[in-house]
Design a protein around this ligand. Structure first.
Ligand code: CO8
Length: 258
């Protein structure tokens, strides 16, 4: 099932590394790339042996956007009837935690793809932007919404209206990325973060992801109520008993992901 043409999948213990591999077009996200990423991550999401998924690109480009050559001839009816890009929503709906490791260009759909992931790590070479306006279009994979929630109206408006990009330091100051690391260390750091996440209880990590994600969808009171229900639910896991027993017995926990 893992014979893809535009991406590569490597499994390392409980983590999976998905590398975009369309170098001639700087990982431009055409429908094949979208379908392969969505299919591969859905497979990994169903695999109880995988606790975290890392998405990365090449040193030069995480992804330089949706594929402009593919979009160019489309009509409104083509876009509407095929519900162009709707499959990307499935990436945001994965239950397994995801890490985007961005070096080089993350523009347009590339920036949106990174923002669909749960943890966003940037190399010092990363460049983020929503330059769609320069092509006579606007973001179409959630960029106008997720960038605004991540960095606020001031920067999001300027970026979406002028196409101005942000470097890694500005992205970190603005809260778009959790950390900036030297480019050569990016994938190693991302895998280390993923291994840490994958070493936690999978159901509890899924609930933590659900709880934080809910903050973007609801009011504070409803979000806190949702968190409280999940907090109660973790006491039904074997891993809560194990995690707390290990603390009291001054040893490392051995989570069974149940
Ligand atoms: N789509 C298709 N091909 C691309 C893309 C892209 N987004 N980006 C780069 N390429 C191709 C180039 O055409 C070139 O191919 P060729 O060698 O055949 O000419 C190859 O990749 C290498 O690119 P460059 O020669 O341009 O490389 P440079 O190092 O000179 O420049 C840049 C790198 C600055 C990243 C430049 O390639 C660039 O500006 N790319 C486009 C960035 C962009 O505008 N991205 C946004 C695209 S639109 C989008 O993502 C969302 C649209 C939402 C629509 C919603 C519809 C429902």
């Amino acid at each position: 099932t893992e014979s893809y043409e535009t991406i590569r999948i490597e499994r390392k213990g409980r983590t999976a590394l998905l590398t975009l591999d369309r170098p001639k077009s700087l990982n431009a996200l055409n429908l094949q790339v979208m379908n392969e990423i969505v299919a591969a991550t859905a497979d990994l999401d169903r695999d109880p042996g995988i606790g975290c998924i890392v998405l990365t690109g090449s040193p030069k480009a995480f992804a330089a956007g949706a594929d402009i050559k593919e979009m160019r001839p489309q009509s409104y009816m083509d876009m509407y009837l095929s519900d162009w890009f709707t499959a990307w929503d499935r990436l945001g709906a994965l239950r397994t935690p995801t890490v985007a490791a961005v070096s080089g260009y993350a523009l347009g759909g590339g920036c949106e793809l990174a923002m669909l992931c749960d943890i966003l790590l940037a190399a010092d070479t990363a460049v983020f932007g929503q330059p769609e306006i320069k092509l006579g279009v606007i973001p179409g994979i959630g960029g106008s919404q997720r960038l605004t929630r991540a960095v606020g109206k001031a920067k999001a408006m300027e970026m979406c209206l002028t196409g101005r990009t942000m470097d890694a330091d500005e992205a970190e100051r603005a809260g778009l990325v959790s950390r900036v690391v030297p480019a050569g260390d990016l994938v190693g750091e991302a895998l280390a973060v993923a291994e840490t996440v994958a070493g936690m209880s999978l159901p509890v990590a899924m609930m933590a992801k659900e709880a934080v994600s809910r903050a973007f969808e609801t009011t504070l009171a409803e979000g806190v109520r949702f968190e409280r229900r999940l907090f109660h639910a973790v006491f039904a896991t074997a891993d809560q008993k194990e995690g707390m027993a290990a603390f009291v017995e001054k040893r490392q926990p051995g989570f069974t992901h149940s």
